[in-house]
Design a protein around this ligand. Structure first.
Ligand SMILES: Cc1cc2nc3c(=O)[nH]c(=O)nc-3n(C[C@H](O)[C@H](O)[C@H](O)COP(=O)(O)OP(=O)(O)OC[C@H]3O[C@@H](n4cnc5c(N)ncnc54)[C@H](O)[C@@H]3O)c2cc1C
Length: 296
């Protein structure tokens, strides 16, 4: 059972940057061992909350719940499960939210979800087309829940332009989202510009910076291809200079993330969310940046 009564929204605005990490539910036995090892190592870092992703079309529904509960019960984290509505009917969504509720979760990251490229999941005729509808549904049916939603400093790939995408984000906030977590970015200037545009559009909720410490040149190339993420030349050069060694490339990626965090903390951003891919090393190292803040 989670800490009843706490919503993540209450953590913002207390004069320090909220620190969180993201897990994904494992599919294999080795993956299961890894998430538990990582959670155990991160216990001492005490992130303000952790989130756990949700597979498109409900493919990880049970595992999201199972591992979300484990992270809360065994390791004492405050856990925010994700929920991606694409492919689900409204009644399925209501029953998933009921299960989140009775498991004691008090926050949900409300998403549309990616449409699988193989067409294995399609939109449900009695479901939601976009995340703002899910946000509104949660706000109405589970008013005690804190709600996060996704934002895109470099624009969502399907949006025609930044203005349209920010108008969509505004709909999510107006429907009841308490905070926004961004897609990963490697150049802070995208985040700062995005926040400025959001404020200009009347979005006044905390905008949490989503960061991923790059592991390799190959991974960077994938992000560039899949999410159109801008990979600064200086970042690629640092990883190239690290040579073939995976450890040296990961160390260069970590160093870059450390510098991003320094600048974001200096700018007093409301929160930093690390996409850790169920690995402990980067979070342990980067959490030092949050050491001594508040009660941690
Ligand atoms: C922090 C974070 C966590 C994530 N976690 C997960 C996860 O756990 N599981 C998962 O499957 N995916 C996850 N994703 C990926 C996410 O599901 C995809 O990016 C997905 O393609 C969009 O989801 P969304 O909630 O932003 O959708 P939406 O807000 O619905 O936006 C999707 C697209 O539709 C457009 N749009 C929205 N409303 C309208 C409208 N009324 N008319 C026309 N266009 C509109 C938007 O501009 C955008 O281009 C995550 C992303 C982020 C940033």
């Amino acid at each position: 059972m989670q800490n009843i009564g706490n919503t993540i929204a209450e953590k913002f605005g207390k004069g320090r940057t909220v620190f969180s990490v993201e897990f994904f539910p494992p599919k294999t036995e080795e993956g299961a061992r890894q998430i538990l090892r990582t959670a155990n190592r991160l216990k001492k870092v005490r992130p303000d909350f952790v989130s756990i992703t949700y597979g498109a079309g409900g493919s990880s529904r049970e595992r999201t719940l199972e591992y979300g509960e484990l992270l809360g019960e065994i390791f004492g984290f405050e856990v925010m499960p994700h929920l991606a509505c694409y492919g689900h009917s409204k009644s399925e969504i209501a029953s998933i939210l009921e299960r989140f509720d009775s498991a004691g979760f008090r926050n949900v990251m409300a998403l549309r979800g990616d449409k699988p490229k193989d067409g294995s999941v399609s939109a449900h005729p009695d479901g939601f087309a976009h995340a703002d509808e899910l946000v509104g549904f949660v706000r109405e049916k589970f008013p005690h829940f804190g709600i996060g939603c996704a934002g895109y400093p470099e624009k969502h790939p399907e949006a025609p332009d930044m203005r349209a995408d920010i108008a969509n984000l505004k709909r999510k906030v107006d429907a009841g989202a308490d905070f926004v977590t961004t897609q990963l970015f490697f150049d802070n200037s995208h985040y700062f510009r995005f926040v400025e545009m959001c404020r200009g559009a009347g979005i006044d909720k905390p905008i949490v910076a989503g960061l991923l410490p790059a592991l390799s040149l190959k991974q960077l190339a994938n992000f560039k291809a899949m999410c159109s993420t801008d990979v600064p030349r200086a970042l690629s050069e640092r990883l190239e200079a690290a040579g073939e060694s995976p450890d040296a490339q990961a160390a260069a990626g970590l160093e870059w993330a450390q510098e991003q965090i320094d600048e974001l903390l200096e700018a007093k951003v409301p929160g930093i969310h690390l996409y850790i891919l169920n690995r402990a090393e980067s979070a342990l190292k980067l959490s030092e940046k949050f050491g001594g803040r508040g009660e941690r």
